[in-house]
Design a protein around this ligand. Structure first.
Ligand code: CTP
Ligand code: MG
Length: 555
């Protein structure tokens, strides 16, 4: 199995699984999942992918009567799961128990004719329910199932956290409020599956897998959807070549660089998404980037999508982050809190630029956790040493090998609380010698900087690269200044104020983590000069607005 690509491994496992499930009643994926009480990322992806392939996305009237809607859809087959959500309009995701139901549903659909417009006759699993003789008044009970696909605004979060009893509770509450929901996760896989239907016009056996924060355990509601077009299963890239027989070679198009092939494939698929992709708008082909991509918005889900191909190292770093997040719950909690704090102070941004990325920030948290005494998570070198032959993985001369069997990893008994860790995180980076040292999660130790850059974080797999090459000195200065300020702030606001007087008035005083999310003095002064170059933050405005309200209430 280790001679074939990971994407095809997931697919292959899925096929074996379906075969055994149908014929002997054994579920391979489930067996793999249960092993050691951990689900591997491949098991999660295979399961989610299968759900997505049996699902359809239906735009419907905002006052659709749920019962009548379901009754209508059930004509095509048994419904396994469904939910409604609001994006630009009301949508339903329906997963059938069997894939055949999707085919029979599509057979019963027609492309609407519009008198003065011509349409591309592309059939997809994005449908719209019209004139169902079932429009009713809003149904309160169904309203409960209308899932929000974006996270709560920061001012609401501050209020929510201020009601918690301890900093540890604040941190877990923040994670719960921000992490991807089950439904959002399903929707992400469904969008990948819908995209796959387009790419399959050229490459019928391809898969499109989400990677990055959509699946690594650190995704926040509203984060972008990074997608990876996996063609390894078709190219036979990692397969052993037979000595004789037929080869798919006749008149095959070639290019002397893999990068050019990737650019060509993405160019054609990008064009196709632009011309034929239902709901895909604002398509941009960014083919000259270090990692070529097609960027667009999938309107029915509201996801900002980045489609890449031949990006297997990123898939490995996704798997690594997922593994670290699963090893100890404190990892995810701390990453969520630090990411949220950084976003609130515009340390990170959704617009690419000279600021620290969420990925860099996550690696910084991981490094900090490796530097605890005793360490909370092991180094990447240690994970590589634990790897078995089945884990061996070399991508373009980069050693991406690390253990996949969680049970081989022995953790040290560190009992620090989330509160201690958050305080120590700020302390650690307040005094870190960024000028001379590089952050390195492979070694779990600071290394001398190999090149001049304000912030140097070694890419865990492509070790000659700096993950934070884009970061300029003033952004790093802001980060350090904010760490210093937050370290002080959290010391000053460690205990919840007594509820008596303030609660009677209905006002909530920010404390603990909440105070860290309020606008900063330090960053405000430092960034004033550069304000016009920075993205305008609507959230800061709304936050100031809400603070005014809190003040009014207090007075
Ligand atoms: N990645 C990488 N090296 C980089 C940047 C990104 O290997 N220099 C990989 C990481 O696996 C990362 C994924 O590409 O998780 C997606 O990148 P990005 O979207 O920038 O980060 P996310 O982790 O998805 O975070 P966000 O929520 O901000 O999208
Ligand atoms: Mg991302």
């Amino acid at each position: 199995l280790h001679t074939i690509g990971r994407g095809s491994l997931a697919k292959c496992l899925q096929k074996v699984d379906t075969f055994l499930h149908r014929n002997i009643g054994t579920n391979v994926v489930a067996v793999q999942e249960e092993k050691n009480g951990f689900k591997s990322l491949y098991a999660v992806q295979a399961e989610r992918q299968e759900q997505a392939e049996k699902s359809v996305l239906i735009s419907c009237h905002s006052r659709t009567n749920e019962q009548k809607f379901l009754k209508y859809i059930a004509n095509y087959g048994d419904i396994q799961k469904y939910f409604f959500y609001e994006s630009y309009g009301m949508y339903a995701v329906v997963e059938f128990a069997n894939q055949e139901s999707v085919a029979s549903l599509l057979e019963g659909t027609a492309i609407p004719s519009i008198s003065h417009e011509s349409l591309v006759p592309f059939k997809s699993r994005l449908l719209s329910m019209r004139n169902l003789d079932a429009v009713d008044l809003p149904n309160q009970s169904s309203g409960k199932k209308r899932q929000a696909q974006t996270s709560i605004p920061i001012n609401e979060l501050i209020q929510r956290l201020s009601k918690e009893e301890s900093i540890d509770q604040q941190i877990t509450s923040l994670t719960e409020a921000y992490q991807l929901t089950e439904e959002n996760c399903r929707l992400r896989f469904l969008v990948c599956s819908l995209l796959k239907d387009i790419a399959a016009a050229f490459f019928p056996e391809c898969t499109i897998m989400p990677f990055g924060s959509s699946v690594n355990g650190f995704g926040k509601l509203g984060c972008d959807l990074d997608m990876f077009l996996d063609l390894d299963g078709i190219s036979g890239k990692n397969a052993t070549m037979p000595k004789s027989g037929l080869f798919l070679e006749y008149q095959m198009k070639r290019a002397n660089l893999e990068r050019i092939v990737t650019q060509n494939i993405l160019s054609v698929i990008g064009e196709c998404v632009d011309q034929f992709g239902p709901g895909c708008v604002g398509v941009q082909k960014i083919l000259n980037a270090r990692c070529p991509l097609v960027r667009f918005v999938h309107q029915p889900s509201g996801f900002q999508c980045d489609l890449t191909a031949n990006n297997r190292v990123a898939m490995k770093s996704t798997e690594l982050l997922y593994l670290y997040g699963e090893l100890d719950p404190r990892v995810r909690h701390l990453v969520f809190t630090v990411r949220c704090w950084a976003r609130a102070h515009s340390i990170t941004s959704s617009i690419p630029g000279a600021w620290i990325s969420n990925f860099s920030l996550t690696v910084m948290v991981l490094f900090f956790l490796q530097r605890r005494s005793p360490p909370i998570i092991p180094t990447l070198d240690h994970l590589r040493d634990l790897a078995g032959p089945e884990d061996k993985c070399v991508i373009e001369d980069n050693d991406c090998t690390f253990v996949s069997d969680f049970s081989k990893i022995q953790l040290e008994s560190n009992t620090e609380t989330l509160e201690q860790l958050l305080c120590e995180f700020f302390e650690f980076y307040s005094s870190f010698s960024f000028r001379t040292l590089s952050i390195n999660i492979r070694k779990g130790k600071e290394q001398n900087k190999p090149e001049v850059a304000p912030l140097h974080i070694q890419n865990p797999f492509e070790t000659t690269l700096n993950v934070s090459k884009n970061v300029n000195a003033s952004q790093l200065d802001r980060f350090v200044a904010l760490c210093q300020e937050s370290s002080w702030l959290i010391q000053q606001n460690k205990t919840a104020p007594s509820r008596g007087g303030t609660k009677a008035k209905g006002a909530i005083t920010p404390w603990g983590v909440s105070t860290l999310l309020l606008p900063s003095q330090v960053a405000g002064i430092k960034s004033r000069k550069r304000r016009k170059f920075e993205p305008a933050s609507e959230r800061i405005k709304s936050l100031l607005e809400s603070l005014k309200n809190i003040n009014k209430e207090l007075n």
